[in-house]
Ligand binder design. Sequence first.
Ligand SMILES: [Zn+2]
Ligand SMILES: [Zn+2]
Length: 132
Amino acid sequence: MTQTGRCLCGEVTYEIEGDVMAVAVCHCDHCQRQSGGAFSTNLVIQPDQFRVSGDLSVYEDRGRTGDAVYVLRKFCGTCGSPIVSELTGPGILAVKAGTLDDRSGVQPVVQVWHEERQPWVVMPEMATVEQE
Ligand SMILES: [Zn+2]
Ligand SMILES: [Zn+2]
């Protein structure tokens, strides 16, 4: 199955080939800042499943400790929509589910950075991965 998506202005479009590994909600401070929302919803996939057309701008997110780049946050430089984050350690991609053309099949199965969750956010039952 192929899923398609785009940024708000349409300059960046993409396709995801095959099944996603997981749909993950991230409550981390950086996802809240980047999205302007309470959390991000991500399709976790392998890099070879992703094809993009149009130019993505890149923000090198160094995290709390300020040393190694741990996430490359890629977004449309024209409209600012976050499209995909590359997790440099595990080498996987997190595609922002809100940019899909058809979001009807999106069902989160795991949440991360739960401790930074906004207190008013109530999630359905799902796995929680604790940060060390
Ligand atoms: Zn755009
Ligand atoms: Zn996050």
